[in-house]
Design a protein around this ligand. Structure first.
Ligand SMILES: Cc1ncc(COP(=O)(O)O)c(C=O)c1O
Length: 460
């Protein structure tokens, strides 16, 4: 007999360990059982508007039967076989070629993983491999940014720029260096006359020189930060970053795990600035979360290096589920949906509506310091205790979590980042990243529920 909702919760609390696990946040877990479009339903039958597309990944929306059919068809034909060198499969070959096309031939080839952290892990190892093959074995360090999120494997955790992810797992992998990010609202170390983009690019160059360019393999950045606060860069930033990386022979890794697959109104976010990374990490939206899949795309120079090293110096990076036929078949059908429904267009249009709605609702709010959005369906509202000084609310106020709870009460699920400390740390931020099929009425509801929830928590 099926468990009742209460029995499910009890069994969960006893036996299931969750990401970021702590019972304090799990006294009343919501058990989801169903999803359709931008709506998910829990075990008690309550509906929620999905304000974060699952975990920034369910881009085509919930309940797409054609993705289940694609998985079933591939499982019946060939669920799995090794894709180690010497063997291959049709969905993986087809998907790799299609991704190279979709990324406008900026990259030459694709390696598949099962998720974002493993993609970044693969990117870091590939950067080391590349420089060793060029006769520069000391180029091993990675420069990453404060507020970055790159995943939880040890290297990805070490690249992540949020101390809470390190604290109980230290020491970090050596050779990961953090610099301030491009955060126009609270730019650190800005000199008079500099744009935030110029400052942040200068800080990258200074870090490379400080470390010694002959020791730095790569710089990694999310085009728009996700979990760190949905921080939008200045328009000039990534072009300057590319120049700095070129000058000092440092590979540029773009972590498009959230921003890829139409999220920002383009197939990939780096195209907003016409900047070409050497390696791009992807995951999440490639299957819209229907099955786990991720990967890296690499430049022609890197692919040529892989193809021309001596066999004993090969890219000895193994992975059971690389090129998993079923996951790749689902990704292909997911891309069909995105193309057929031109989801980048809806992302751009609904993203503009969301950003405009947030500005209307929160522009004059005395506790809203920054409203970020404008590139597709990726937006945030950042709260401060004092707008003039940008002072953050204290941790004891639990503002972000209370906002999230008020929204859930009103039937909207999303995520937040609690203030990371005093200014210039990121303040309490509320995130918006709904499925790309979201409707005008749903976007308006996201905004009105956020506004009502702020009123409930802050009294205005
Ligand atoms: C930008 C970014 N990179 C990497 C990751 C890690 O992905 P995964 O959780 O699939 O390992 C995430 C996850 O949220 C992410 O947002």
């Amino acid at each position: 007999m099926a468990l009742t909702p209460a029995e499910l919760v009890k069994a969960d609390q006893e036996h299931l360990i969750h990401p970021l696990h702590h019972p304090i946040d799990h006294s009343e877990p919501i058990v989801y059982v169903r999803g359709r479009g931008a709506t998910v339903t829990d075990a008690t039958g309550k509906d929620y508007l999905d304000g974060l597309a699952g975990l920034w990944n369910v881009n085509v929306g919930h309940g797409r039967a054609e993705l289940a059919e694609a998985a079933a068809a591939q499982i019946k034909e060939l669920a799995y076989f090794s894709a180690y060198t010497g063997s291959s499969n049709v969905p993986a070959i087809t998907l790799a070629s299609r991704l190279v096309d979709l990324a406008s031939n900026v990259f030459a080839a694709v390696f598949f993983t099962s998720g974002g952290a493993e993609s970044n892990e693969s990117a870091f190892k590939t950067a080391r491999f590349y420089w060793k093959a060029q006769g520069k074995p000391d180029k091993t360090k990675v420069i990453a940014r404060a507020n970055a999120y790159h995943g939880v494997t040890l290297q990805a955790m070490s690249a992540t720029g949020m101390g809470a992810y390190w604290k109980m797992f230290e020491p970090r992998v050596p050779g990961f260096v953090h610099i301030p990010t491009c955060y126009p609202y609270r730019q650190v170390d800005q000199k008079p006359g500099e744009s935030a983009g110029q400052t942040a690019a200068r800080l990258l160059e200074e870090a490379i020189l400080r470390e010694g360019a002959d020791t730095v393999a790569a710089f990694i950045a999310e085009p728009i930060h996700g979990g760190g606060g949905v921080l939008y860069p200045d328009e000039d930033y990534f072009r300057l970053v590319r120049k700095v990386c070129d000058t000092h022979q440092v590979l540029f890794i773009a972590d498009e795990v959230i921003t890829g697959f139409c999220r920002t109104g383009r197939w990939f976010a780096m195209s907003h600035w016409n900047v070409k990374p050497d390696i791009m990490s992807f995951a999440k939206g490639v299957t819209s979360g229907y099955l786990p899949l991720g990967g890296i795309m690499v430049s022609k120079a890197i692919k040529d290096t892989m193809d021309t090293v001596k066999p004993e110096d090969r890219w000895m990076h193994a992975y059971t589920y690389s090129g998993h036929p079923t996951c790749c078949a689902v990704a292909l059908r997911n891309l069909d949906i995105m193309e057929k429904e031109r989801l980048w267009e809806n992302a751009a249009k609904m993203g503009d509506r969301l950003h405009a709605g947030l500005k209307r609702a929160f522009g004059n709010h005395p506790n809203v310091g920054d409203i970020r959005g404008g590139k597709g369906l990726l937006a945030a509202v950042e709260f401060v205790e004092d707008k003039a000084t940008k002072a953050n609310f204290g941790a004891d106020k639990k503002l972000a979590n209370r906002l999230m709870a008020e929204m859930a009460k009103r039937g909207v699920m999303t995520r937040v980042r609690a203030a990371a400390g005093a200014h210039p740390n990121v303040g309490d931020s509320l995130f918006f990243s709904p499925p790309l099929v979201v409707t005008e009425a749903e976007v308006d509801r996201l905004v009105s529920v956020a506004r009502e929830s702020a009123k409930a928590v802050l009294g205005q």
